[in-house]
Design a protein around this ligand. Structure first.
Ligand SMILES: Cc1cc2nc3c(=O)[nH]c(=O)nc-3n(C[C@H](O)[C@H](O)[C@H](O)COP(=O)(O)OP(=O)(O)OC[C@H]3O[C@@H](n4cnc5c(N)ncnc54)[C@H](O)[C@@H]3O)c2cc1C
Length: 411
């Protein structure tokens, strides 16, 4: 790989969409990562997408590579609104997207990215290292999983994060406390119950914030009152889904909105699987936790002060902080301008280190909440890919000029 080439790290929606765009632009690159691993190995079968079906497709450079096109090609039922889309259908769709547009993903794990003259040296756990003029970090949110400090002293077989699980059947017959009030906590609790487990949700809030379904149909006039984009519906959504508009907001507001927009809530279609089915302890704050017999005793502030369970799961989400990225050494990290742990990036996703780009959730403080979701592939990847092409071309021209100079000197 020469200095004018690109390495995309990550084969989730953002890495895959970037690679598809680079192919279409004729930019030589490699893409490494386990395809759709977050969805395949870190979510349980039966999970449903919170995003609408029309907001769950990966941006493609041209043609129709959305869930609707996939479904009609394969003779499957499809509804644009009020899905919900199952993870199984979503993964079948992304398999198709990959086979059509990104057939050359290499299942490799990056262990180190070091700055070298003219680019980066990238090391892998399972292959020889390589160099690249430009690197795109599209490694998702898993490295940023948050577990409440009150749980950190517990042995690892007693505590886990919801994102560590794929197979929930191993919790059949067991008592599990799920901490949190967002979609991950609530859906994990429902799936645990359906797998024969005995979950109890513990949350600080006084009630679950259940989302209301979007209207089933919107008239032409309705579209003016309630504009629809792939991220969400309504006028405020226009800003959250537009990086140029979002970039004009004051810094404080960008930090707040990057984190909280479309924040913790339960999908409307989940309500009947939780309300009256799973015990939910609202108004309970976790004070501490200690091993107790073969399980855990949770110490709570609330109507209940103790809760004995076999296992506790943190459904407490993710908090971006690039200091937690395992493959970015301190020497390189120190050169990346950050805001509250987020890398500050240009409209194209480029950080303060030339040639080092971030795609997906870490770019949210610069590009807005859309990049926390699949919808954000539509608002960011085109600009990112074009910027990579410009830099690759500039590097090629510089190399050509140097070799011409060298041959003149030696003539
Ligand atoms: C439980 C849950 C439910 C969600 N539901 C929705 C939803 O309904 N709709 C929605 O729009 N969004 C949803 N999201 C957000 C979702 O994470 C993003 O929309 C999307 O997956 C982000 O894509 P990504 O490419 O940034 O990261 P990911 O999908 O997380 O992909 C990361 C990629 O990076 C690779 N990788 C990581 N580390 C390395 C390394 N060191 N070397 C090489 N490769 C590496 C992984 O193998 C993987 O291929 C959900 C998230 C969670 C956790």
């Amino acid at each position: 790989m020469s200095a004018d080439t690109v390495l995309v790290i990550g084969a989730g929606p953002f890495g895959l969409s970037t690679s598809a765009h680079l192919h279409a632009l004729g930019v030589a690159h490699r893409i490494v990562g386990r395809p759709m691993d977050t969805w395949r190995a870190h979510m349980a079968p039966g999970t449903k997408l919170r995003s609408e079906p029309y907001g769950s497709d990966l941006a493609a450079p041209r043609g129709r590579y959305d869930v609707k096109a996939y479904s009609s090609l394969h003779g499957l039922d499809y509804v644009d609104r009020l899905g919900p889309l199952s993870i199984e259908r979503f993964l079948d769709y992304t398999d198709w997207y990959i086979s059509e547009l990104v057939p050359d993903v290499e299942d490799l794990t990056v262990t180190d990215v070091a700055a070298v003259d003219g680019g980066f040296r990238v090391s892998f756990a399972d292959a020889p290292s390589t160099t690249a003029g430009q690197v795109v970090v599209a490694t998702g949110v898993l490295p940023y999983a948050v577990t409440p400090g009150e749980l950190t002293g517990l042995p690892s077989d007693l505590v886990s994060h919801t994102s560590e699980h794929h197979d929930l059947t191993r919790f059949a017959g067991r008592r599990i406390a799920v901490i949190g009030s967002g979609q991950s906590a609530l859906e994990t609790a429902a799936l645990l119950h359906e797998a024969g487990g005995h979950p109890q949700v513990v949350m600080r809030k006084p009630a679950i914030n259940w989302l209301r379904p979007n209207p089933e149909r919107i008239s032409r006039l309705g579209h003016i009152k309630r504009p629809v984009n792939k991220l969400c519906e309504g006028w405020h959504c226009a800003v959250w889904n537009s990086p140029p508009a979002f970039r004009r907001l004051p810094e404080e507001m960008r930090i707040l909105k990057a984190r909280t927009t479309l924040g913790p809530a339960g999908g409307w279609w989940l309500k009947h699987r939780v309300d009256g089915v799973v015990e939910v302890l609202t108004n309970h704050r976790l004070r501490g936790a200690e091993p107790h017999g073969t399980g855990v005793r949770l110490l709570l502030d609330g109507a209940r002060t103790e809760l004995d369970v076999d296992h506790v799961m943190a459904g407490t989400g993710f908090r971006i902080d690039i200091a937690r990225l395992p493959f970015l050494p301190e020497a390189l990290r120190a050169r990346i301008a950050t805001l509250q742990g987020y890398p500050v990036v240009s409209r194209a996703g480029q950080s303060s280190v030339p040639g080092l780009y971030f795609a997906g959730a870490p770019a949210a403080v610069s590009l807005g909440p859309s990049v926390r979701f699949i919808a954000g592939t539509h608002t960011s990847v085109r600009q990112l890919s074009r910027s990579l092409r410009r830099r690759a071309r500039a590097a090629r021209s510089a190399t050509a000029a140097h070799s011409a100079e060298d041959s003149l000197q030696s003539a």
